[in-house]
Write a protein that binds this ligand. Structure first.
Ligand SMILES: C[S@@+](CC[C@H](N)C(=O)[O-])C[C@H]1O[C@@H](n2cnc3c(N)ncnc32)[C@H](O)[C@@H]1O
Length: 278
């Protein structure tokens, strides 16, 4: 049985990077009246209390959203405004996961599909979306679930692929699933999160994606990029296929802000890259 629980990590710097990108993509899709779909292959529990035993144990959010929450810079506003909606009274107490972030940005005409395999997360997720008919929650494998939905009837979609990489096969499975999904639905916006634990694994993902012939791939990374491989994650990244045309410039401006604000002790660095163009 899988042991990864996102409640230990909610709101950490990896969530910050992932959710900034997600907010940008969903806002972009919402600019046109036409409906779109949101597909979250690894949804988690939906929302997390930062006062939970898990969160208090690691205190990871303190080096993530905790350092940004009161920031007033314009560029961070779209992301922080979403996080603030879940914190009545202004004090940071809750961190919304990707499904709740999506819920706050989807419109009446849009639909969401949330896959979460683990019962400890899937039950609270079902509860968090009870009565919301725009979203379907399934306690199923998200890789298979994604493929079963493609191509979506609306032909517009944001797909978040955010596995825990607890099992090493996840690295290969992400790439294989994305290539398969792209063959069924080439115009979807695919957002793939990854942790840098062993750099070689990420290079392998990169090589396979580029070799697949998929075009329009960007990558944004943040963390201790030159750290020797050790135990645990020392950087985090997002790969985006078919990014909004506005995303690269926004991330080029945002990543230095994140480096400056989130570094504690050893400074962070960032990458902002285009792997394959038009
Ligand atoms: C990194 S967390 C998700 C966080 C969430 N996307 C967010 O941004 O708030 C990964 C989740 O995937 C779940 N999971 C692991 N393998 C899965 C699979 N094959 N299909 C669906 N969910 C899975 C885990 O139980 C865990 O809750």
């Amino acid at each position: 049985m899988l042991s990864y629980r996102h409640s230990f990590h909610a709101g950490n710097y990896a969530d910050v990077l992932k959710h900034i990108v997600l907010v940008e993509v969903l806002r972009y899709l919402g600019e046109k009246e036409k409906p779109f779909e949101y597909i979250d292959t690894h949804a988690g529990a939906g929302i997390y209390s930062l006062a939970s035993d898990q969160s208090k144990k690691t205190r990871e959010y303190e080096q993530g959203i905790g350092l940004l929450y009161t920031d007033t810079r314009q560029l961070l506003k779209p992301y922080l405004n979403v996080i603030r909606q879940f914190n009545a009274g202004g004090r940071l107490q809750f961190y919304p996961g990707s499904p709740k972030i999506a819920e706050s940005l989807l419109r009446a005409q849009d639909r969401g599909w949330l896959f979460e395999l683990h019962p400890s997360d899937s039950v609270p997720l079902q509860q968090a979306f009870a009565g919301n008919r725009r979203f379907r929650v399934a306690q199923e494998d998200g890789f298979k679930g994604l493929l079963s939905l493609l191509p979506p009837a609306t032909r517009r979609a944001c797909i978040l692929i955010d596995p825990p990489y607890e099992v090493k096969q996840d690295y290969d499975q992400v790439v294989a699933t994305v290539i398969n999904a792209h063959q069924r639905f080439a115009t979807g916006i695919y957002c793939i999160w990854y942790p840098v634990v062993e750099r070689e694994r990420i290079k392998r993902m990169e090589k396979k994606l580029v070799a697949s012939g998929i075009r329009r791939i960007q990558r944004f990374e943040l963390g201790h990029l030159s750290t020797e491989e050790g135990r645990g994650m020392h950087a985090t990244g997002m790969i985006v296929i078919n990014p909004p045309w506005t995303l690269f410039a926004k991330m080029e401006a945002l990543l230095p802000l994140l480096v400056e604000t989130l570094e504690t002790g050893q400074p962070y660095q960032f990458l902002c890259e285009q792997w394959a163009g038009e």
